[in-house]
Design a protein around this ligand. Structure first.
Ligand code: BTN
Length: 253
């Protein structure tokens, strides 16, 4: 990537015309000892995957489909924080490249005008109580036209092109993301999660609003009151009980 402004991230890039999933390839590379900062990018994915086992539609040439290998010296419980660090870096990069301030929906969606432009999937390789690698998968709808989205997401997805009205440079956006990721990651390592939490909350849409969280163990309705310094969502229900949500689908009610 010409003009890269990072020290470590994106210095080692594996680029493919077509892959099943950059996530899968990055898992293999990490397992085989690829260094921190290694980035896998594909022009097209034939079996891109999203959160909760969903399929991720990854059209050729229009989007940014990439997976970043990160190797923090931390316990596995810290892994979810990296989804939030990544979301803040993506939001900040989208803002810088397009001039549009996006919103973050906990834990991993980046939206513009309520529609999804970016999805993030953080996966973990751990040995006992230590992270060996985190694979951060990022899918950005960059230059899609409305007709490029499959029927079932047409009403909930958008692209930077649709929102801005002009094509964006994918290389510039990737570089900008890496710059912010490296910056926020080093802030996180030196000062902890709190500064990231504050940044995250400045982009968050649901905080203070009534939401419905669908979790594996049931549905919780109440007011989203923030995230903890672990990156866990807190919801206060109508009885005043505070629930800690580790994984869920969120809807505003
Ligand atoms: C989600 O919102 O459910 C997360 C979507 C993550 C998609 C990206 S695209 C690059 C990487 N490779 C994959 O197969 N998935 C992630």
């Amino acid at each position: 990537l010409y003009g890269l402004e990072t020290e470590r991230f994106g210095r080692n890039i594996h680029y493919y015309e077509s892959l099943g999933s950059t996530q899968k390839a990055a898992h293999q590379l990490a397992h085989d000892g690829a260094p921190e900062g290694t980035l896998v990018i594909a022009e097209e994915q034939t079996s891109g995957r999203g959160r909760l086992g969903r399929e991720w539609h990854s059209l050729s040439g229009k989007g940014i489909w990439m997976s970043l290998i990160v190797k923090p010296d931390l316990p596995p419980q810290k892994a979810p924080q990296f989804t939030l660090i990544s979301a803040v870096a993506v939001a900040r990069a989208v803002e810088e490249i397009t001039g549009i301030t996006p919103e973050i929906k906990w834990p991993n969606d980046v939206l513009i005008r309520g529609k999804k432009v970016v999805g993030i999937l953080t996966e973990l390789q751990a040995e006992s109580d230590k992270i060996s690698s985190l694979i951060i998968g990022i899918g950005m709808n960059a230059n899609h036209g409305q007709e490029d989205f499959p029927e079932h997401v047409a009403h909930t997805a958008t692209s930077l092109f649709i929102e801005k009205g002009e094509k964006i440079s994918r290389a510039a956006l990737i570089q900008c993301f890496l710059k912010y990721f490296e910056r926020y990651y080093s802030i996180y390592i030196s000062d902890g999660f709190k500064p990231i939490r504050l940044l995250w909350e400045s982009y968050a849409i649901s905080i203070g609003k009534r939401i419905r969280a669908t979790t594996v163990s049931g549905v919780i309705t109440g007011r989203a009151i923030g995230i903890t310094d672990e990156g866990v969502l807190k919801i206060e229900d109508d009885e005043g009980i505070i629930h800690h949500i580790y994984s869920a689908d969120i809807q505003q009610t």
